[in-house]
Design a protein around this ligand. Structure first.
Ligand code: DHB
Length: 374
């Protein structure tokens, strides 16, 4: 080990630009990712190659023009080694050209439309993709006596990914999708859509809404008595988000979903992660957004250790192919697609020690994004 040169202390910090919706309708995503990034740094030390790692947090309020402008400033003025965050698909899409032009690695910690990673060769993802997590629930439906379904998704790219993946697989297995419903992305009124679901009388309703919206969906689902009308609720884990689940009440009990992360994942690493996260954040439970942020920081810091602080193509190459244990389970950053390969779980909402949790009941190992398998 070389001794630390005196001037190393004064070396420029390594800056990471973290752009998140900290205000606006998707502020819960920003709050979760930011808290997880801070926790990772607190637990793992914030120095690489003798240089301090500094995270510059910027609020884009969920507005794509803001994300792009902030990314440009972080690259040009602050000379960040990496851009990170991206709470919604349109925000990631808007920033992709900046990553490409400036050759700055862009770590997508939250947004989950399959095609995002194809928008720039400098994009790496630690969240998930909608096709990746939807296949499992479509298979579950086919093998649990669900013959007919209605789909209800948020009307933008990840919702379209979920709708198509569910329909393709469920139909391939002999099921029939009776109606496909698309609801506005922010603050949707579900009532008219739920009436159409009731009228269609499907065996099951499949739902995707982004993080933060699930509680209002669940409330209206129960208020309109769909839970008692014999229509099974199937969802991606975005709907029964750990951030909101405990407040959803009995209406959520028994809901089956598929996703890559549950706060109830029974590994030693996850138990430590959840306990530390709750302790540092006044009891807030980490959700899948938090895990995307935590693993994104891990990926960037491991990469910077390899490159001894260099960014650009070297950092990108150092992130490709990384494997590590995440609180969600084992993960791999596919060197070819730069997308995450991970286990996807079937979960059921149950009450555990007085609190609602997504209890994992089955797992599919090392699932690649099926959006790219073609
Ligand atoms: C996206 C946002 C979410 O909050 C979510 O749960 C899934 C996908 C997105 O915009 O990509």
């Amino acid at each position: 080990m070389a001794t630390l040169a005196p001037w190393a202390i004064a070396a420029d910090p390594l800056k990471i630009g973290l752009i998140l919706p900290m205000t606006g309708p998707f502020a819960s995503t920003g709050r979760q990712v930011d808290a997880a990034v801070k926790l990772y740094l607190a637990q793992n030390g914030a120095t690489v190659a003798g240089r301090t790692v500094e995270v510059l947090l910027k609020d884009d309020a969920g507005i794509a023009d803001q994300t792009r402008r902030l990314a440009q400033e972080l690259v040009v003025n602050d000379k960040v080694v990496a851009l990170a965050g991206f709470g919604l698909t349109p925000l990631a899409f808007a920033t992709a050209p900046i990553a490409t032009q400036s050759k700055t690695p862009m770590v997508v910690m939250a947004a989950a439309t399959s095609s995002i990673t194809e928008r720039s060769p400098f994009i790496v993802r630690t969240s998930f993709t909608l096709p990746q997590v939807t296949l499992g629930i479509a298979e579950w439906a086919s093998s649990h006596d669900v013959k007919t379904a209605v789909t209800l998704v948020a009307d933008y790219a990840p919702g379209i990914d979920a709708e198509k993946t569910f329909k393709d697989r469920f139909t391939l297995n002999g099921g029939k999708v009776l109606t496909e419903l698309r609801v506005p992305v922010a603050n949707p009124d579900f009532a008219p859509f739920l009436q159409r679901v009731r009228d269609a009388k499907p065996d099951a309703l499949f739902v995707f809404v982004p993080s933060g919206v699930g509680a209002s969906f669940m409330k209206q689902f129960a208020e309109r008595g769909l839970d008692k009308a014999g229509i099974r609720l199937l969802a991606t884990g975005d709907v029964v988000d750990d951030d909101l689940l405990n407040g959803m009440g009995d209406a959520a009990l028994g809901v089956i979903s598929s996703h890559h992360y549950s706060a109830a994942h029974p590994s030693a690493l996850n138990k430590k992660f959840v306990a530390a996260f709750e302790k540092a954040n006044a009891g807030m439970r980490p959700n899948f957004m938090a895990v995307g942020g935590y693993d994104g920081m891990h990926l960037i810091l491991q990469g910077l250790k390899t490159t001894k602080g260099a960014g650009g193509q070297a950092l990108l190459d150092a992130m490709k192919g990384q494997t590590f244990e995440s609180p969600r389970g084992p993960v791999l950053i596919d060197a070819q697609t730069r997308d995450i390969v991970q286990d996807v779980y079937i979960r059921k909402v149950e009450r555990v020690d007085g609190q609602l949790y997504n209890v994992e009941v089955d797992a599919m190992k090392a699932v690649k994004d099926p959006g790219k398998a073609k």
